[in-house]
Design a protein around this ligand. Structure first.
Ligand SMILES: Nc1ncnc2c1ncn2[C@@H]1O[C@H](COP(=O)(O)OP(=O)(O)OP(=O)(O)O)[C@@H](O)[C@H]1O
Ligand SMILES: [Mg+2]
Length: 431
């Protein structure tokens, strides 16, 4: 086990991390930071909530050069606005300690704000591809001096929906740039980015040991369509806070209204809401003003909210990868979590294929909210056993437990469980 100092992190950054309670590296950080500081390209896969953000934010803060007017030196590409904001918040104190400035660029905000920031100088840009491409077209930003690139959620960014824009942007960066790719599901979908934009990348795949008991329980419950809101309310009441995923924006709004009418505070986040509504919803859920966040897959990737008691798949996800990312909003950084998939009669076949893809037993159970509590105290095996997608090149223990504000406020109870499954293969999917 190395310390941050032994990995080559300068003292002022080590102190900045310690002020935020980060005192020793998590496994993905221990594996990758020294190589990234040595200038190597990296492909990093590690479970949801295992600390990938700091794995790239620390080397980024240290290695990013000083930009010039409208010419940043480093770029982080991400799929969603909220993730851009969150990564910027994690990165800013480190970058400022290293004498670098950071700004986030994403849609739903005024271009004037972006222009002002770029005119005052930005060393590190964290951006969603669409807005960044707009700024390039308007000649507000010039990417030619960018020699450090991170693509977070890289498999998502290699999806057909993002790939052409991502490639156009990366093509403008410096040819000798250092390029880091990260995701919890870094599969063959990213080969296209690796082949074109990386040189001899170091690959890290970190999973928890199969023998090790994890902390996230997975339930697949049979439920009639009309019963789902009631079950969801019961689960939320049992766990104190939950993220509820629906397939469509319309369903997210409908479920939010139904939960509220049943006395459960709920807020919604999806692509049809304005950016200020999205931000308010996330803030209300994060600080506990609402106990339920109802979301489409726009909130499935990367977002970290302390102590989310459960993830409920109100509608089953479209793929095993979506299941892993949605489910990964609970049980982060060593905390416990519960994942409940509600399976209506018409979705049973679809869920069986999903279970096959996840390599978990193809089993559906009847709803037993009481079991959530019973299993939490006994630690019995209601959890779905998980099988990893591919042999890992490194096996490391889980990061230590952490508890945040939300759990303390709500006294959210936790279950003991098995680790989250990984999908059996790569599958493309629309959204
Ligand atoms: N070394 C560390 N010590 C303590 N806490 C840490 C450490 N590294 C990361 N964390 C905390 O772990 C949490 C999860 O980290 P992060 O969001 O980077 O996960 P991730 O691997 O990117 O997950 P996802 O795949 O969902 O994006 C954050 O709250 C972060 O502050
Ligand atoms: Mg992440």
């Amino acid at each position: 086990m190395h310390t941050f100092t032994e990995l080559g992190v300068p003292r002022n950054l080590v102190e900045s991390l310690a002020r935020r309670g980060v005192t020793s590296p998590f496994p993905i950080q221990e594996s990758t930071i020294a190589k990234a500081l040595a200038g190597r390209d990296l492909c990093g896969r590690a479970p949801t909530g295992s600390g990938k953000t700091l794995a790239f934010a620390i080397p980024l803060a240290i290695r990013a050069g000083k930009g010039e007017l409208r010419r940043p030196r480093a770029l982080v590409l991400v799929p969603t606005r909220e993730l851009a904001g969150q990564i910027t918040d994690v990165l800013r104190p480190l970058a400022e300690t290293a004498g670098r400035t950071v700004a986030a660029f994403y849609g739903g905000t005024t271009l004037n704000r972006d222009r002002r920031r770029l005119r005052s100088g930005v060393d590190i840009a964290v951006a969603c591809p669409g807005r960044l491409a707009d700024l390039v077209r308007q000649r507000e930003i010039d990417l030619r001096a960018v020699d450090f690139v991170v693509v977070d959620e890289a498999d998502r960014m290699a999806d057909m929906g993002f790939l052409p824009e991502v490639q156009r942007l990366l093509d403008q960066t410096a040819p000798d740039r250092q390029t880091l790719l990260f995701s919890a599901t870094l599969d063959r979908d990213v080969d296209v980015l690796t082949r074109k934009y990386q040189r001899d990348p170091v690959r890290y795949e970190i999973e928890e040991r199969a023998t090790e008991q994890g902390d996230v329980q997975h339930f697949f419950w049979r439920a009639e369509r009309s019963a789902r809101v009631g079950i969801t309310s019961d689960v939320v009441r049992a766990v104190a806070s939950a993220i509820v995923f629906t397939r469509t924006k319309h369903a997210a709004d409908r479920v939010t209204g139904q939960l509220r009418r049943g006395g459960v505070s709920a807020v919604a986040i999806h692509g049809n809401r304005s950016q200020s509504q999205r931000e308010r919803a996330l803030a209300d859920f994060s600080n506990g003003r609402a106990v339920t966040l109802v979301a489409t897959d726009v909130a499935a990737r990367g977002l970290h909210i302390d102590n989310v008691g459960a993830v409920i798949h109100f509608d089953p996800p479209a793929s095993g990868k979506d299941y892993v990312h949605r489910s990964g909003r609970t049980g982060r950084a060593g905390a416990d979590g519960l994942v409940v998939t509600l399976v209506t009669p018409d979705k049973q076949g679809e869920v069986r294929s999903l279970q096959r893809e996840l390599r978990v037993p193809q089993r559906l159970e009847s709803v037993e909210v009481e079991r959530l509590a019973a299993n939490a105290s006994s630690g019995s095996a209601a959890a779905v056993p998980a099988v990893a997608e591919a042999p890992a090149s490194e096996h490391r223990p889980r990061p230590p437990k952490s508890r945040g504000r939300r759990g303390q406020q709500h006294g959210g109870r936790r279950g003991r469980a098995s680790r989250a499954p990984a999908p059996a293969g790569s599958s493309r999917h629309g959204r």
